[in-house]
Design a protein around this ligand. Sequence first.
Ligand SMILES: [Zn+2]
Length: 328
Amino acid sequence: MYGGILCYNTYMKKYSIGIDLGGTKILTALIDKNNGEVAGFVKKKTKKEKGPENIVRKMLDSITEVMAETGAGLSDISSIGIAAAGQIDRNNGVIIGAPNLECYDLNLRQIVQSEFDIPVFLGNDVEAAAIGEMKFGAAKGVKDFVCVFVGTGVGACIVKDGKVIRGATGTAGEIGHIIVDLNGRPCACGAHGCLEAYASRSAIEKRIEGALKKGRHSVILDYLTDGKSITSNMIRKSIEREDELVTHCVDEASAYLSGGLASIINFINPELIVLGGGLIEAVDYFYRKTIKNARLKSLPVPAVKIEFKKAALGDFSGVIGAAYLEEC
Ligand SMILES: [Zn+2]
């Protein structure tokens, strides 16, 4: 009898809501917990300049909208998982600091839980992506791996025995802030010479923009019309056209990133490194060069077994992973 009720409850709550709270978009999806499939989603622009209250309101509205669109009710949903880029206090469900969202000390769990009365879990964006990749993507079936995402910064998540390693204060995985040059470039964190000041997409953009301001020529100018800013696809197209400046800046970032990956390989000895983010997805040249050099720069024994894969879930990795934050 008890087993019957348990089965009934499990059946009733077959969904979770996963939310990817990013600097440009808020993606909210209803995820089927049995197979990780996206049953429906709502996408909204973040518009962080309008303030945290506006972001929170949009997020709450998107939860209501995705439920209305899919016909799911609160009784069908076991949890709401929220992944945000930034420092998260997972135990208390608080965003400590998310510069991309301009949100600080925001008790998101309390707000969302009081509105919907469903358990709410918070995690950071790379952590959610790693969970998604472990459940249904490039790391399916792998117990020890590291996920590295290259974007505005360089973030990582370490998974050991199928569990996310969070560290004493929940900030493990900040590979972007390992120091690669003691007197190097300033980093957004306040330190100097952090890896992400050299190897992130924004570092590449800054290098290209700096050179263009000094009068260097590049075919990337053909795409930078009407005040557009540099995108990963523009970088790919410029490399395909063998542009000297863009290729040099990408090579430089790749050299630093491969050094960072070699450090991970030597330090943690994982089976697999999953690489993701817009630049990795769009610029295969960058991905290939980085993994080749990472292997060469690693110690011989850990380098033999290490495998590299591109993240497989694309734009939905964050929402899928967020839906499983309650388990990992
Ligand atoms: Zn830093």
